[in-house]
Write a protein that binds this ligand. Sequence first.
Ligand SMILES: Nc1ncnc2c1ncn2[C@@H]1O[C@H](COP(=O)(O)OP(=O)(O)O)[C@@H](O)[C@H]1O
Ligand SMILES: [Mg+2]
Length: 365
Amino acid sequence: MSKLRVAILFGGPSSEHEISCASASGVLGAIDRSKYDVIPVGITKAGNWTLAADDAAKWALRKGNLAVVEDEGNSVAFATDGSRELILTDATGSRSLGFVDVAFPVLHGPYGEDGQVQRELEAVGVAYVGNGVLASERGMDKELSKDAFLAAGISATPHVVLTEDSWMRDPESALEKIRGLGPMPIFVKPARAGSSKGVSKVKNLDQLGDALEVAFAEDNKIVIERGLSVREIEFAVLESRDGSRPRVSLPGEIVVKTREFYDFDAKYQDEDSVDLVVPAVIEPSLLAELQKAAADAFVALGCEGLARADFFVTADGFFVNELNTMPGFTQLSMYPALWKSSGLSYPDLIDELIALAIQRSKRLP
Ligand SMILES: Nc1ncnc2c1ncn2[C@@H]1O[C@H](COP(=O)(O)OP(=O)(O)O)[C@@H](O)[C@H]1O
Ligand SMILES: [Mg+2]
């Protein structure tokens, strides 16, 4: 059987560029080379698609050394005639890199995880791993996703939404809305970012100005939430192959030991400050409720392929915090770790995701 040709897209213009490189390192290292020919496509911070090194070690995350896709003096693009041919152009001219069966956008944050790259891939007729345009857009936007969860009867964290315009125009009404959330602390976050970029915990109103500044630096729309005392429980969700309910993994828990919350450094720079517990210990009836809510949330956003469903469990209930439509994929990341503990190895997980992408492309007109 001939091998499938998979273009792995990573990097990209979002502030999660380096994390995407690390995720791609995981995929490049785990994908079964006996089944797939791999074409690594790095996307620079400026948005240029370039043929990148097929080298898992080069893109791996190391303390104090975050890999970045550099402009290699070439650009790659899909042919616009629907042929799925990938074409490389450099100083010497253009040549074909062959035809691609599936693209795997291992991209986090705006552009790669919010529907934009998905829209581009649809325009050139290339099947791709993971969520479609709409679910990606909703999943990226904390306002839209909370609306979708609440409409489906899944409890979401109490919150208010603020645009930069409305804050500048009428700070008094904004403050009134914020006070309505109840006593401090509150969490201030950009509506469309990730990896905790721009997220602050605000313990008193004196800290609000700084928090708004860092959040508005990421996005002109922000979400402010009641700060809860929580266990952070996550599930890996995978679309089913037969159209039935999505598959949900065992639970994982993020235990933050020495930091205020699960911030960027805790995620990527100061791993000793957190424990990723897989599987997490949860009382069986609560676990069943959470797993059901994870599948419901996946359906509510209209997800396809995969998502990681993140919950806040409090003393008297739980809230869905967010769905990540392209979760971290490094060798140490929660998503592949959850599947591994649930009996699906990292290479088998990649097989599943690629099979789901091809299955979906065959359903399309
Ligand atoms: N309402 C909240 N109550 C308590 N902790 C929170 C709350 N919102 C966010 N956090 C903390 O901040 C982290 C990042 O917030 P999150 O909404 O998940 O942003 P991101 O999309 O960047 O991951 C969470 O993992 C959690 O540790
Ligand atoms: Mg999060």
